[in-house]
Design a protein around this ligand. Structure first.
Ligand SMILES: C[S@@+](CC[C@H](N)C(=O)[O-])C[C@H]1O[C@@H](n2cnc3c(N)ncnc32)[C@H](O)[C@@H]1O
Length: 317
């Protein structure tokens, strides 16, 4: 299991008790997801009853308790889900939304659900920053290796599509774009409340003057950037729908310098969480892009993330 933020991995790290507990947590998460999708499909008083929602909410709380107590090996769920913070955030948000959208439930049911929302922390303090999730730690070893040549260099330019609360952006600012002349563009909807958390985290980083925010859907935001290859690094982690990922890749490829790297997140997401909509998965868009850009790119990594380097102009057709 990944250690909690800031905690070193050590022999004292909680270990799964046995294989049975590993299976158990995976099945529990799957059951929660399937039932939640059923609620969504037939949303209304007939299916979304007090009994059904209380059962779902209590099962979610049990899962969180198992994970928090180190009684489950969530690493088996894949890198995307393998953080207690991420599962807790998703469930907490789902319960909060369900409370708002089910006026037919009793006050007792809502009260019990609200108590869980109140009990689970919305954020974790990581140094000077406040984050509700962690999609970054899993990338660190690969990013350190692939981005080493850019680290500390002057005039490095990075583009990030999908910044959320700024966790990956701040990692880049602290580890790669460390030179005072290096700059970053962050594209996101920056909706409430995470847009404000992004601003606060960026202010705490002391690097906000080196970051330009582009607010809006990436499809239109990327078209506002001058269509010249000025970026050394592009991270695509916005919408996870196949068409959107493909559009983000196509629109930003022309902005990448020859020799620059483009990183895609969640390539293997569907292997761990099969989406209900067939196109709600990035890998289809990433594969389509890799095929189209095959002669212009070199694949550096193809795992949970995909990293490609743009070939120098001379070798392009
Ligand atoms: C997984 S989060 C990004 C996480 C961030 N890179 C990190 O590791 O901390 C995805 C973000 O993409 C944004 N997003 C989703 N669809 C988008 C779109 N079509 N255009 C712009 N941003 C989008 C969401 O608002 C969300 O903040």
């Amino acid at each position: 299991m990944n250690p909690p933020d800031g905690a070193p991995a050590s022999a004292a790290s909680p270990q799964p008790q046995d294989e049975a507990s590993v299976q158990d947590v995976s099945a529990r998460l799957r059951s929660l997801e399937v039932r939640f999708r059923e609620f969504e499909k037939a949303f209304g008083p007939e299916l979304v009853t007090d009994t059904a929602l209380l059962g779902w909410t209590r099962d979610f709380e049990t899962l969180v308790t198992l994970m928090e107590e180190g009684r489950a090996n969530i690493a088996q769920l894949g890198p995307h889900a393998a953080r207690v913070d991420n599962i807790r955030l998703n469930g907490r948000q789902a319960i909060a939304k369900l409370i708002q959208t089910t006026p037919w439930l009793t006050a007792e049911t809502h009260g019990e659900m609200q108590a869980i929302v109140d009990r689970l922390p919305a954020y974790r303090q990581v140094g000077p920053y406040r984050f509700s999730s962690d999609w970054m730690s899993k990338c660190e070893p690969d990013w350190r290796r692939v981005l080493a040549p850019l680290m500390g260099r002057p005039e490095v330019r990075a583009l990030e599509i999908g910044s959320y609360e700024g966790r990956s952006a701040i990692w880049l600012l602290e580890n790669v774009l460390t030179h005072e002349t290096s700059r970053m563009v962050c594209v996101d909807l920056f909706a409430a409340p995470y847009g404000q958390v992004f601003d606060e985290n960026l202010a705490a980083s002391g690097a906000s003057q080196r970051v330009e925010k582009l607010v809006g859907l990436s499809g239109s935001a990327l078209r506002r950037l001058p269509p010249e290859p000025t970026f050394d690094l592009i991270y695509i982690d916005g919408s996870h729908k196949a068409f959107d990922v493909l559009e983000d890749a196509v629109l930003s490829w022309r902005l990448l310098r020859p020799g620059g790297v483009m990183i895609f997140d969640d390539y293997e997401m569907a292997a761990h969480h099969v989406p209900s909509n067939k196109l709600d998965r990035p890998d289809i868009g990433i594969d389509a892009f890799l095929s189209a850009a095959a002669t212009q790119s070199e694949v550096v990594l193809k795992a949970f993330q995909v990293i490609v380097r743009k070939k120098e102009l001379t070798s392009q057709p």
